[in-house]
Design a protein around this ligand. Sequence first.
Ligand SMILES: N[C@@H](CCC(=O)N[C@@H](CS)C(=O)NCC(=O)O)C(=O)O
Length: 324
Amino acid sequence: MGLLVDGIWHDTWYETKSTGGAFKRSTAQFRNWITADGSAGPSGTDGFKAESGRYHLYVSYACPWAHRTLIFRALKGLGEHISVSVVHPDMLDKGWTFETDDAGATGDTLLSKSYAHQIYTEVDPNYTGRVTVPILWDKTRHTIVSNESSEIIRMLNAAFDGITGNTLDFWPVEKRDAIEEVNTRIYDTVNNGVYKAGFATTQTAYDAAIQPLFDTLDWLEAHLGQNRYLLGDTLTEADWRLFTTLVRFDPVYHLHFKCNKKRLIDYPNLWAYTRELYQIPGVAETVHLGHIVRHYHYSHDTINPNRILPVNPDLNWDAPHRRG
Ligand SMILES: N[C@@H](CCC(=O)N[C@@H](CS)C(=O)NCC(=O)O)C(=O)O
């Protein structure tokens, strides 16, 4: 675990002293958008036109943010249009690596790098910042389009529709305000909330994260008792953003991040909802619990210094969900 400073890799854990033990996630720096005609998106520059075979995704199967992009690639029929490399689940002193000695870790099938930080310095030899996945790479311009998953999924949602003919819309215009509202609460208290609990280095910081997390899960349990999806009858990006955290909840966050007031399976509606999303064709193939469990427990030695992997209960993801 580390970061780049002026293009040089430094092996240091997250700094939490200056924030009273609280984990603060840094902001992604590459913020261009792929669009259907190559015009600029809401941020960044123009010139990233949707074209088959032009773009490459670097992901970790363990990472909930990268997982969103894999789900959109699958659901939007982009498998044959956007290639993928998968990092090794262990993120140790060199950060994400392209070692291949774990089933599913592909190596860097595009640029043949050894470490993900070399992809960042390929674009900016003086890059300063964290080296995160997902990374969306442009083979034509030899640069990073974006390293912000919330924006990558919105590009994949629409930019390639003219190429694929897939018009599924997970970010419908008329629901965008409502999606934003639910995303904000879920990001702060659930998606990032589990990290705030897990990476807290003081009791106060942990306590400040854990209550809002379970308050939101209790609210979601009630909400999903009345609604099939977060926004009612329409499946939207808000559901997929929640899903990648829920799928990791019992295998990892419950124990490793001390989010243990309740398990996912203690919430009947949330658990059935998670299974419904899991069972949508194409989604199960994006869920790699082996990488998920291995990554967190093996990589975060400040939390689990002996790197012992827990056995974990078997969850039946294929059990009928009986929703809808
Ligand atoms: N804002 C980013 C966050 C991505 C992120 O934090 N990814 C984690 C993996 S789950 C990572 O690569 N962390 C490495 C680090 O922080 O050094 C996004 O959503 O795309």
